[in-house]
Design a protein around this ligand. Sequence first.
Ligand SMILES: Cc1cc2nc3c(=O)[nH]c(=O)nc-3n(C[C@H](O)[C@H](O)[C@H](O)COP(=O)(O)OP(=O)(O)OC[C@H]3O[C@@H](n4cnc5c(N)ncnc54)[C@H](O)[C@@H]3O)c2cc1C
Ligand code: FES
Length: 364
Amino acid sequence: LFYLIGFIVFIFIIALLTGLILLTSWFLTPKGPFSLVINKNDPLDIDPGDTILTSLYEHKIFIPSACGGQGTCGFCKVKIVEGDGDLLPTEQEFLSSKEKKDGVRLACQHKVRNSLKLEIPEDLLNAEEYEARVISTKTLTEDIKEISFDILKKTMEFKCGQYIQIKVPSSENLQGFEFRAYSVASSEAENQNITLNIKLIPDGLGSTYLHNLKTEDKVSFTGPYGEWKINETPEESLILVAGGVGMAPVRSILHSVCKNYPDKIVHLFFGARSKNDLFYVEEFRQLVWEKPNINLHYALSEPEKNDKWDGETGFIHLTIDKIIKSDNHRQDAFLCGPPLMIEAVMKILAKKKINTENIFYDKF
Ligand SMILES: Cc1cc2nc3c(=O)[nH]c(=O)nc-3n(C[C@H](O)[C@H](O)[C@H](O)COP(=O)(O)OP(=O)(O)OC[C@H]3O[C@@H](n4cnc5c(N)ncnc54)[C@H](O)[C@@H]3O)c2cc1C
Ligand code: FES
């Protein structure tokens, strides 16, 4: 009997403690809905527990979030003017001292605990959601595919160098999807169709999904994103550097230059391993036909014997070093490719006295 009473008292104490914990956590958990005011717009209802990024998405506000909310791209910056926004260790590396001081935070890292006032640049509020249908797929290299889409029901105005975010189904995400960023590879003159170049990453969620798409399949995406703009002054030249799939935005820029700024002096550099990794060579040759101010330079880092390659060899930054001269005129540069390539090219451009403010890069 003594043991039985002891057991019952024990169970009672455990039940009491559990009840107390649940009650306390109920009192401590923020109750919603809260209000979210963006710039000077009307307040929106948001739910506690969601991240700011998810809350924005639910109200069809599609700010950049290239890593799909994993906290690794640093693109989802918003300024928290009012509300809980203590700096978290996960966002330290993505924010400058000024941004930290001004209350700029990563929307994917902060959960909603109270009402919020945010400042978001107006142009980021212009991104929309689109549906698109695959109209063609083409193999460009062993691991890069070109996929073209027809945008359904509406058109998308974008500028060359911009990117979109594809909604990729994901069983590991509570929302059931994640976003991945892809640069538009087609001309900005086409607002009904877009083309992407996708490199297959082994076990990669987004790239595998896109590589498996077939003609007529439908996808959703948001965009356009990215703030790079062509400098329109013809005598100020443009250096374009692409490594591997980094060719995507560079192709879009080249089409735009040929159509809209035919007098601009352009040097396009493309670095690849062997001849099999080069693509769009014939298309570019025809595109720049009779445009002597547009110069194409290719370099292979590991040409194969049967490539019969008599062009430049070695990494692309070495070719840039040979071709580009220090100039009194402003020179702009757009680089896109793997991080090591970007770092090596940045050093060469610094040697050529190109102002870092005039250099834009996308690393991927
Ligand atoms: C602004 C922007 C534009 C981009 N444009 C393009 C584009 O035009 N074409 C394109 O193919 N990609 C582009 N990317 C990269 C793209 O967004 C994805 O990161 C890429 O497709 C990998 O996503 P995933 O879902 O397939 O792989 P994940 O599921 O995210 O990753 C799977 C694994 O692969 C690793 N991994 C991720 N990326 C790489 C990589 N590049 N090399 C080796 N390992 C990797 C991850 O660390 C992880 O371990 C762009 C990225 C940004 C930020
Ligand atoms: S979405 Fe990439 S860091 Fe927030």
